[in-house]
Design a protein around this ligand. Structure first.
Ligand SMILES: *Cc1c(COP(=O)(O)O)cnc(C)c1O
Length: 360
């Protein structure tokens, strides 16, 4: 069986070494005589899996002790509601920056529970840039400010993390967590669905500064209360145990590789290979320019829909899969998360060169 290069935005590629280890351990997890999927989430074996995953994530992101790490379900989309339900305390006001579809959904959800102000937006240009941010924009009375660090659909990333002063900054980091280094201290809360850069779908990682939990609104369902999950060590109910195990393997893989700074350098090189080609091409064009470009998701287009379709079809036949762009942007998108090897990006650029020669 030949493995292809998978450029999907999510569920996305998982490192081959991780899949091989999971396969090796699948029928008999460390001598238990059963799969990790079949083991009680309160067993000694699974406790070790959970604790090691947390310890390794703490190492990778340099998470300070006064932050809690939670392994939850419900995807990043549940966090769109969980954040306001837990953080709307004093004024029930929040400032959001609208940089794409995911931000929009987060805004719509927060509006159910309090007063939301959109302080900046890039809606006017199909979200192909990150709006100008200055500290004076933020309401000092707001309960929090919300951003999406990397915009998966449009291929933009905040070049700098805004300084929100005393107001806690909340970040949807679903598509670039562990892909580039961030100082966790700049954030009050970080959340991420796992299926982009962490592991299989079904797991949601939350990193929350301790003092932000425990003040949930009265209407908050138990399963949506951070404090409940903190008090129960992410095991108030059955956690997505296999996804946690897989995430743990990915964390180990990343630590063995040298950590986030090392992978960030590799990711920047991978992205540069693609952007350099796009910037010099007479046929292809990147839809985002300048310092807001994402190193995780690279959208690009050809001069016509016919050519876009032809490219996607022929690339797929060549083993370069899931390059179709999001329906709101069109064209192509290459998602090149941590698990995409440099060889995959080189293969894509080679294919694009050939395509340009035979189609211009
Ligand atoms: C994929 C994605 C989401 C949605 O995640 P789910 O886990 O499917 O809810 C939210 N935000 C961003 C930035 C994403 O990339």
């Amino acid at each position: 069986m030949a493995r292809i290069y998978n450029f999907s935005a999510g569920p996305a590629a998982i490192p081959k070494a991780v899949l091989e280890k999971a396969k090796y351990e699948l029928l008999d997890f460390k001598g238990a005589g059963m799969s990790v999927m079949e083991i009680s989430h309160r067993s000694r074996e699974f406790t070790e899996v959970l604790e090691r995953a947390e310890a390794n994530l703490r190492t990778l992101m340099n998470i300070p002790d006064h932050y809690k790490v939670l392994f939850l379900q419900g995807g990043a989309s549940s966090q769109f509601a969980m954040v306001p339900l837990n953080l709307f305390g004093k004024t029930k006001k929040a400032d959001y920056i609208n940089t794409g579809q995911w931000s929009k959904k987060a805004i719509a959800e927060a509006k159910r529970f309090g007063t939301v102000r959109v302080v900046a937006s890039s809606d006017d240009k199909v979200f192909n840039y990150i709006p100008e941010i200055n500290n004076g924009m933020f309401d000092p009375e707001a309960d929090y400010v919300h951003i999406t660090t990397n915009n998966t659909i449009y291929g933009t990333t905040f070049p700098e993390i805004p300084d929100t002063g005393k107001v806690p900054l909340v970040a949807d980091m679903s598509s670039n967590i562990l892909g580039q280094a961030y100082d966790v201290r700049k954030f009050g809360l970080i959340y991420a669905g796992a299926q982009k850069n962490i592991g299989p779908a079904g797991l949601t990682v939350v990193i929350i500064r301790e003092n932000l939990a425990g003040k949930a609104m009265d209407i908050t369902p138990v399963m949506f209360n951070y404090q409940i999950h903190i008090d129960n060590g992410s095991r108030y109910n059955t956690p997505p145990s296999f996804a946690v195990y897989m995430a743990g393997l990915v964390f180990e893989w990343l630590i063995n590789l040298g950590g986030v700074k090392v992978i960030e350098k590799i990711n920047r090189e991978k992205a540069a290979l693609l952007y350099d080609f796009l910037d010099n091409s007479k046929l292809f064009r990147a839809t985002v320019s300048g310092p807001d470009r994402s190193i995780m998701n690279v959208p690009f287009i050809l001069p016509s829909d016919e050519l876009n379709e032809k490219f996607i079809r022929e690339a797929s036949e060549d083993g370069l899969k899931t390059l179709k762009g999001h329906r709101t942007v069109g064209g192509m998108r290459a998602s090149i998360y941590n698990a995409m090897p440099r060889e995959g990006v080189l293969a894509l650029v080679e294919f694009m060169k050939k395509f340009e020669l035979s189609n211009s």
